[in-house]
Ligand binder design. Structure first.
Ligand SMILES: Cc1cc2nc3c(=O)[nH]c(=O)nc-3n(C[C@H](O)[C@H](O)[C@H](O)COP(=O)(O)O)c2cc1C
Length: 184
């Protein structure tokens, strides 16, 4: 399918990590479903389809609470724990993305690679729809409680907590260093 390479490059460069969003404006479930379908088109060794998704909207409080409790159990800093309780309320939706374990450490790593590639598809799709996205890591010690809350299988790695919303502000562009490309 012909696609203007400049348009694709512009989309890739336009994707920004941004959580300056309208907290009151809902992100339609159907749109998130479409974005998750884009993730499925990532390359995936052994076609294991490892990505797992859970869209959190009304449960954002609960997400913050289980993470805060896990951080407490982990002896985390009280300031960070207090922030964790409310941080998922900053955007109207958070998409939890997990990656299923494989049948060997290598396959588990490859599954995670495929899931990360799928996340990039999803973020670019979101950018094309005008959505702001922010890929956050799962806080230390919280993987298993988040995976359980999301309904993922045991041993699933939570690869991203993606904040989603409609932007109200633009973010500065972190420029990239010159690319290194060696030749043999
Ligand atoms: C695996 C991964 C985890 C990330 N986790 C966080 C995070 O926990 N907190 C955060 O502020 N940014 C996080 N980011 C986003 C990066 O900080 C961001 O991509 C980087 O600053 C470049 O900005 P840009 O995405 O707008 O180009 C994460 C990105 C990736 C790929």
């Amino acid at each position: 399918m012909p696609l203007d390479p400049n348009a694709l490059a512009a989309l890739i460069r336009a994707r920004r990590t941004n959580m300056q969003v309208d907290r009151e404006r809902e992100v339609p479930h159907e749109l998130v479903q479409q974005l998750c379908e884009l993730a499925q088109w990532a390359p995936n060794h052994k076609r294991t389809w490892p990505w797992r998704f859970c869209l959190v909207t009304t449960g954002r409080d609960q997400l913050g609470e289980v993470i805060a409790r896990a951080m407490e159990a982990h002896g985390d800093d009280p300031g960070k724990i207090a922030k964790a309780r409310t941080k998922y309320l900053r955007t109207p939706a958070t998409l939890i993305v997990g990656s299923a374990a494989g049948d060997s450490p290598l396959r588990t790593a490859e599954n995670r690679d495929a899931t990360a590639a799928g996340i990039q598809n999803l973020l670019l799709g979101a950018t094309a729809h005008g959505l702001a996205t922010y890929w956050g890591s799962c806080p230390k010690g919280a993987n298993d409680v988040v995976a359980e809350l999301a309904g993922f299988e045991p041993d699933t790695t939570v690869v991203a907590l993606i904040y989603l919303g409609w932007p109200i502000d633009e973010m500065a562009v972190p420029e990239r260093p010159p690319v290194g490309l060696y030749r043999l």
